[in-house]
Structure formats: C-alpha cells, structure tokens
Ligand binder design. Structure first.
Ligand code: HEC
Ligand code: HEC
Length: 236
C-alpha cells in the first residue's frame, strides 16, 4: 500500500509526465501539418474553391475531413474516387449523374467557380491523412472478386465514371445496360457519337452528356471496341 504522501507524489509526477507527453505530441503534430497538407501547393484557385465551399453550405449535407453532415457522401477523396470530369458534371447538373433521384442542390456556378471547387478537391485529395478515410473502391463496392486484374485493364475514366452506372464483367452499377459485348452492338463511329452526345444516337437516351475531352473519348472508344461477346463476359 502507498502512503498518502507517496500516492500524492505518484499522482503529481504521473500527471506531469502525461501532460508533458501530450504537449510534445501536440507540437509534433502541428509541426507536420504544413508537410502533410502540401501547404505550398495551395493555389489561388483552390483558395477560392475553399471559400466557395464554405459559402455554399456544402457541409450542410456533406462531410469533408470527417466534418459536416452525414446526409451525402464524404468528399475528402472525391477527386481520386470520381475524377474532375465527374465532379464537373455533378456540379453542373446533379441529376445528370444520379438520374431520377436528384437530392443535391442544383447550384448556379460559373465555369470558373466549378474549376475552383475542383482545384480545392484536388488539393484536399493530396493531403496525407494517415489513411483517413478508408478508401472505398467502386468496383469492389459493386461486388465480385478478381477485381485487381479486371480494374487495371479499364481506362481510368471508365473506372471513375462509367462503372458508376454500367456493369462490365459482372461489376458496376445498374443505371445503364451492361457493356459486355457492346462492340457487337455498336461500331466505333456510333460509340464515338454516343460518348460525345448520347442523344445524337438515341434522342430519348437516359445517359447524361458527360464533359469528356476528345482524347478521353478516343481512349474509351478504343477500349469499348474490344468488348466483344466472344472475348468478355464468358467464363468469369
Ligand atoms: C442538399 C444537400 C446537398 C448539398 C447542399 C450539397 N450536396 Fe453534393 N451531394 C448531395 C447528395 C445527396 C449526393 C449524392 C448523390 C445523390 O444521391 O443525389 C451528392 C453528391 C456530390 C458529389 C459526388 C460525390 C460522389 O462520390 O458521387 C460531389 C462532388 C458533390 N456532391 C459536391 C458538392 C459541393 C461542392 C457542394 C457545395 C457547393 C455540395 N455538393 C452541396 C447532397 C448535397
Ligand atoms: C449517370 C449514369 C451513366 C453514366 C455515368 C454513364 N452511362 Fe452510359 N448509359 C447510361 C444509360 C441510362 C444508358 C442507356 C441509354 C438509353 O438507352 O436510354 C447508357 C448507355 C450507354 C451505351 C449504349 C449501350 C447499349 O448497349 O446500347 C454505352 C456504349 C455507354 N452508355 C457507355 C458509357 C461510357 C463509356 C461511360 C463512361 C464515360 C458511361 N456510359 C457513363 C447511363 C450512364
């Protein structure tokens, strides 16, 4: 048994040590912030995007760095998860990316404002957050195994945007038709037209017109043209 004075000394020394450790760790954490956040890469555009983010009450629905409301997806890693094209389309017209269930506010941003928000997301995306948040993988969310092999064969844009609505090899969303064997149904020329503007191929098409640049469209057309029934969708 400790005597009363020994217990008091034990308490005081223990408290002082813990407090000291706490201070040291705090100073250490603060010291790392500039490096972990890439402070020096914070562009004018990203700063404007941050102010826009605050002013527009995005946090009324979304979380960023875990802070905000839990109504809508966490956006800390949205830049790598979705990419600039998806984000641009979403900010332009939320219904386009989630047909028939628009729950996000339709803002009236200018092109510049959308680019500023994207620059802000790109900057946040590069922050070193010690692994937060756990990265969801769209293809994994969609199910099925053998994900690594399959995903690495798809162009990045396809992984980021198209699988949100389309299944391929059993993985992906169900908003649009599965794309296995699409090369048997559509020529490269039709695919190209379809990606530029789906309504030019089918006037009542439910697929949104996505802001894809020509190089990306060519990459996607080349990829889609390999999707013949004989080579995909078979024995998996
Ligand atoms: C009224 C609530 C609400 C507000 C305010 C809101 N959002 Fe959203 N947002 C959503 C919902 C809900 C989704 C998911 C799509 C859906 O279910 O319609 C979403 C999706 C997104 C996505 C796509 C995320 C993904 O992973 O698919 C981005 C990017 C986005 N919002 C950015 C913003 C930005 C930037 C702002 C502020 C300028 C904002 N949102 C304000 C509700 C909101
Ligand atoms: C927001 C959901 C959505 C996204 C994102 C999307 N699509 Fe679609 N897509 C659709 C829908 C819905 C259709 C069916 C259109 C119709 O017939 O009305 C479709 C049709 C298609 C078709 C025609 C398929 C057929 O068999 O007729 C192709 C090819 C296609 N999409 C490719 C793509 C590619 C490539 C991407 C990525 C750049 C993409 N889509 C992104 C919803 C989407």
């Amino acid at each position: 048994m400790l005597s009363k004075s020994a217990a008091r000394r034990f308490f005081l020394v223990g408290t002082a040590l813990c407090f000291g450790a706490f201070l040291l760790l705090t100073v250490d954490t603060l010291g790392r912030i500039p490096e972990q956040t890439n402070q020096q890469e914070l562009s004018e555009s990203a700063i404007r995007g941050k102010h826009l983010w605050d002013r527009s009450n995005c946090m009324g629905c979304h979380t960023l760095l875990g802070e905000g409301a839990y109504y809508a997806p966490e956006l800390t890693r949205v830049y790598s998860r979705r990419g600039p094209v998806f984000i641009e389309a979403m900010l332009r017209d939320p219904e386009a990316m989630y047909p028939g269930r628009r729950r996000m506010w339709q803002y009236d941003f200018s092109d510049q404002e959308r680019q500023d928000l994207i620059a802000f997301f790109a900057w946040i995306d590069r922050m070193d957050l010690n692994g937060f948040p756990a990265e969801p993988n769209l293809l994994q969310v969609a199910g099925a195994d053998g994900l690594g092999d399959a995903a690495s064969r798809y162009p990045l844009t396809f992984q980021q945007i198209c699988v949100a609505c389309h299944k391929l090899e059993g993985q992906g969303g169900v908003v649009g038709p599965a794309l296995d064997g699409v090369a048997d149904r559509m020529t490269p020329e039709t695919l190209r037209k379809h990606l530029k503007d789906p309504k030019s191929v089918k006037p009542d098409s439910l697929m949104p017109q996505l802001p894809l640049d020509d190089a990306t469209i060519e990459e996607l057309v080349a990829f889609l043209s390999t999707l013949k029934a004989s080579s995909t969708g078979g024995a998996r």
